[in-house]
Write a protein that binds this ligand. Structure first.
Ligand SMILES: Nc1ncnc2c1ncn2[C@@H]1O[C@H](COP(=O)(O)OP(=O)(O)OP(=O)(O)O)[C@@H](O)[C@H]1O
Length: 598
């Protein structure tokens, strides 16, 4: 029950610490038993009439002569009690240490596994989880499992071990009372299982409500400006209040379920303890039990039930842990697309990319790309243009192996893309998109991530090519200037030029620019286009752009329409053809002249 073998076997290191945690708890109860037995025996001998003989000498000798059992004197008894108390204290302290180590180990192992899996999956992780889900899983989910490893599992085994140990000890005093205790113990797990059945349903509802509330909150927060602009914030406020109220209700339900379950377990624990004590009292009344033994049974009776009772109060943690582990395993089990016998791209000054009769569909039904064939070579720019939704970004995704072609093939210097491992591909091909990520850190950090060994000259050259050199040198801290998360302290144009400088430093043979100049200032846009044309002299460059005027100088323009490659040629050739491209150009010119008049 609530023990996931796979989970435990994954966190192998934790096993050792869990074992030690259980051992510490068990040593603690052994110490308790020893102390209680000695006190019980002292009461027995006192009731039997043994007194301290202080007349013959010192208190120490009197105590040493006062025999609790055949071999144990009062002095020895006190020393044993003190030692037992110290051992108990030490084991309690060690319990905390081992419990922490076990959970810290589990946390580190699980986070590492999730992280490594995400790296191997690359873009494919979205098959099994949304980005927010992955974040939630690797932080909250793993934390749930931390408690599962550090507290629940050790408690689970300890709550089996403790009643067995006590049963053995008490059966030497009164097997009847021991038997009654032992028979009552399983009632707690039985009640836990019964409660769990109800709890599962309530907890599922609780997590759904929790996730929905979180999603709504995040969405409304991110879209707050839009909501304000359209005057929808009040309506959303009301909707969120309703969701929050639903969440409050289900939370109260969970809390009352937990309280009720604790009450039921208390009833069983105290009831069982009382029942065993009644049996012992009855034996005492009949003269079959000494008063000291009766006290031993009364004092130890609660210990019988406390571990299981505590386990019961951990069960909701275990349930959350189980739910989290299911999701972690779903992620870990996601199939990876491994390249079986990876090939390397033959070294050459040029990288020639060939796209041959490529078809692609996201859902297996609607063809997004149909029979596309094109060549990408250095010595000038290759551009892909087309209406929105015509499949341009999908083409880029296929070239970067983020998606697999359904039919046809893509080759790099003659090697099929499907035979190239991702690391090998990214050593040759890079991407600059409209949303290039700039990380928190210094400008230098962001640049060096592309090439940690880059020299100062190379960095300066890259900045100059990206038309960013003047800006960086004008900053008081230059390259050491701190950038906020996602480059939010930079303008859109500066961010894109930084991304461009980074890709130049990376010095890949091919670069794909996917709308790299959209939504940025004219100055940055021109600077980036100049840099792209410069790069295209020696590198294989493909650009996707809405701005047709920017691709005029391209050596080859491919025009996409509804997933098909409908025209190819230079700007002049396509203009004289006077078809799709020429119409797009004139439409764009009209739009731009209207904007200018306004
Ligand atoms: N992840 C996806 N799942 C399903 N369909 C998708 C997905 N991404 C894109 N599509 C669909 O594929 C088609 C081509 O999209 P794509 O993004 O390649 O077009 P695009 O030419 O780059 O458009 P835009 O210029 O607006 O960026 C569109 O019809 C789009 O709805």
């Amino acid at each position: 029950m609530m023990i996931n073998k796979r989970l435990i076997s994954i966190c192998d290191e934790s096993k050792k610490y869990m074992g030690l945690t259980i051992l510490c708890s068990w040593i603690g109860i052994i110490c308790n038993i020893i102390i209680v037995l000695l006190i019980g025996q002292l009461i027995n001998v006192m009731v039997a009439g043994q007194t301290l003989n202080l007349t013959s000498g010192s208190l120490w000798t009197a105590m040493s002569d006062y025999m609790l059992t055949k071999h144990v004197s009062l002095t020895m008894g006190i020393i044993i009690i003190v030692i037992a108390l110290i051992v108990k204290l030490v084991s309690h302290h060690l319990y905390g240490t081992f419990s922490y180590k076990s959970s810290a180990n589990a946390r580190a192992t699980l986070r590492r596994l999730v992280y490594e899996k995400l790296l191997r999956l690359g873009m494919d992780y979205q098959k099994s989880e949304k980005t927010s889900g992955v974040v939630q899983l690797s932080i909250e989910g793993v934390e749930q499992l931390e408690i599962y490893f550090g507290k629940y599992i050790p408690q689970f085994f300890y709550s089996l071990l403790a009643p067995l140990t006590l049963f053995v000890v008490i059966s030497f005093i009164s097997w009847q009372a021991a038997l009654v205790f032992m028979l009552c113990v399983p009632l707690i797990p039985v009640s836990i299982i019964a409660i769990m059945k109800v709890a599962k349903r309530i907890l599922k509802e609780y997590w759904n409500n929790y996730a929905n509330l979180g999603d709504t909150f995040l969405e409304n927060l991110q879209g707050l400006t839009t909501l304000k602009v359209y005057g929808q914030d009040d309506q959303k406020h009301i909707e969120m209040n309703e969701e929050a109220e639903a969440f409050r209700r289900i939370t109260m339900k969970v809390l009352s379920m937990q309280l009720n379950s604790i009450n039921i377990m208390d009833l069983i624990a105290f009831g069982g303890s009382a029942l065993g004590t009644i049996v012992a009292l009855y034996q005492f009344k009949n003269g079959n039990l000494q008063v000291g033994d009766l006290i031993v049974i009364i004092l130890l009776s609660s210990e019988f039930f406390i571990p299981l009772r505590l386990l019961g109060s951990y069960f909701h943690i275990a349930m959350n842990g189980m739910a989290a582990s299911d999701r972690i395993f779903a992620l870990l089990d996601t199939e990876e697309e491994v390249v079986k016998s990876p090939k390397v791209i033959p070294a050459s000054d040029q990288l020639n990319i060939k796209v041959e009769n490529v078809n692609f569909s996201y859902d297996g039904q609607r063809q997004v790309l149909k029979d596309i064939s094109l060549d990408l070579t250095p010595g000038g720019l290759t551009a892909i243009v087309g209406e929105s939704g015509s499949g341009k970004s999908t083409m880029a995704a296929l070239l970067l192996a983020q998606k697999k072609v359904n039919h046809g093939q893509i080759t790099l210097n003659g090697v099929r893309l499907s035979d190239i491992a991702p690391e090998e591909l990214y050593r040759h091909v890079s991407l600059v998109s409209a949303h290039s990520h700039i990380f928190k850190g210094t400008l230098r950090d962001n640049l060096l991530m592309a090439n940690p060994a880059a020299t100062m000259e190379e960095i300066e050259q890259a900045l100059k090519t990206a038309r960013l050199y003047e800006f960086v040198t004008s900053l008081p801290n230059g390259l050491e200037t701190e950038v906020a998360e996602n480059g939010s302290s930079l303008s859109g144009g500066q961010k894109q030029r930084l991304a461009l400088a980074r890709v130049i430093l990376a010095n890949r043979q091919a670069i794909i620019f996917d709308e790299a100049t959209s939504n940025i200032d004219v100055e940055s846009e021109e600077a980036i286009w100049d840099a792209i044309y410069d790069l295209s002299e020696t590198k294989t460059i493909m650009v996707i752009s809405h701005r047709l005027s920017s691709v005029k100088r391209a050596k080859m323009i491919h025009v996409f329409k509804l997933g098909e490659l409908v025209e190819s040629g230079t700007h002049e050739a396509l203009m004289s053809q006077d078809e799709v491209y020429a119409h797009m150009v004139s439409e764009q010119q009209q739009l731009e002249s209207i904007r200018e008049v306004r």
